[in-house]
Design a protein around this ligand. Structure first.
Ligand code: ZN
Length: 320
């Protein structure tokens, strides 16, 4: 194996976005990849083409009715897929299928030992619910991945760790009563930022109580607060000895994002990736899949995501 890390790239994946000039525009993948090339990471990873997926796979997580609605609105290109944040555009269904398909392809490669870790930059669409879009997220690739890890691969204890500025409500509420979905989410306090959820007291429901960790941070929180909270995330996740780790590394938690108020530096993203990599090596043969998540300042997402990929590559020789 020349390198242990797969990175997904290509127009089919970049296309998931809401038009030039939109915070979630189609130029985000290019901004990341330009930085990857500048820093020489491009030669150190396995570059993978985006993969699509059929509706039966989407319906492992989403309702049939919702998938049908996305297909119909994608054909017309009209209206919103939620209450007003996530507009339909012609081809949005196909674009969203490439996000989910690429994440599932990464899962498969990791479990087949074709790579050790993977990064899908346009992914981690953590707000989508089983029956609706939300906050720029059409299909919840994280949710489909969790259901697929169970159904297709028979894994049970899956850890989902999220450092995006926004609470991963679409994952949290979809698995709130699932005691084998270990959920840890550091985010800006919901009193100040969309989607308004993720209070510390929200620890899971029913028999799953205690399997979810929400840590809201105040607006303006920087690296010092991140590192302090991160210690709790790590201890929490490790006690469950996960069989697979999903990492939503949204870059909108970095200082200078246009729509949030946290003030981390990309060092926070590097640290989280390094530590999760160590946990994955210790407990689950390195099975760690990172997903880009949010991030609307192009310079920030480029630096944060390349820091994550660089951390995943650590301990592997640089080609000469
Ligand atoms: Zn976000």
């Amino acid at each position: 194996m020349p390198t242990p890390v797969c990175v997904y790239l290509g127009d089919d994946l970049a296309r998931y976005g809401f038009g030039e000039g939109h915070p979630f525009g189609p130029d985000r993948l290019g901004a990341f990849w330009h930085q990857a090339q500048t820093s020489g990471l491009d030669a150190r990873v396995i570059q993978c083409a985006p993969v699509s997926v059929g509706r039966a796979i989407l319906e492992r997580f989403h309702t049939q009715d919702y998938v049908t609605r996305v297909i119909e609105q994608s054909a017309s290109g009209e209206g919103y897929l939620d209450c007003g944040d996530t507009p339909a555009f012609p081809g949005i269904y196909e674009a969203a299928c490439f996000v989910v398909g690429s994440v599932l392809d990464a899962v498969e490669r990791i479990l087949n030992a074709e790579c050790r870790h993977a990064f899908v930059p346009i992914a981690g669409l953590h707000h989508a619910r089983r029956d609706s879009a939300a906050g720029f997220c059409v299909f919840n690739d994280c949710g489909v991945a969790i259901e697929t890890l169970r159904l297709q691969y028979g894994l049970r204890r899956i850890a989902y760790v999220d450092i995006d500025a926004h609470h991963g409500d679409g994952v949290f509420y979809s698995f709130e009563d699932d005691m084998e979905l270990i959920f840890a989410d550091l985010h800006e306090d919901g009193r100040f930022l969309y989607p308004g959820t993720g209070r510390e007291e929200e620890t899971g429901a029913g028999e799953a109580r205690g399997t979810k960790l929400n840590i809201p941070l105040p607006p303006g929180a920087g690296d010092a607060q991140f590192y302090l909270a991160w210690e709790r995330v790590e201890t929490f996740v490790e006690q469950y000895r996960p069989e697979f780790i999903l990492f939503q590394c949204g870059a909108d938690s970095i200082a200078g994002d246009p729509i949030t108020h946290l003030r981390y530096t990309p060092a926070a993203h590097r640290h989280a990736a390094q530590r999760l990599k160590q946990l994955a090596e210790k407990h689950c043969q390195g099975r760690l899949l990172a997903m880009g998540g949010g991030g609307y300042n192009r310079g920030n997402l480029a630096l944060a995501w390349t820091a994550v990929v660089d951390a995943l590559l650590a301990d592997w020789p640089v080609p000469v």
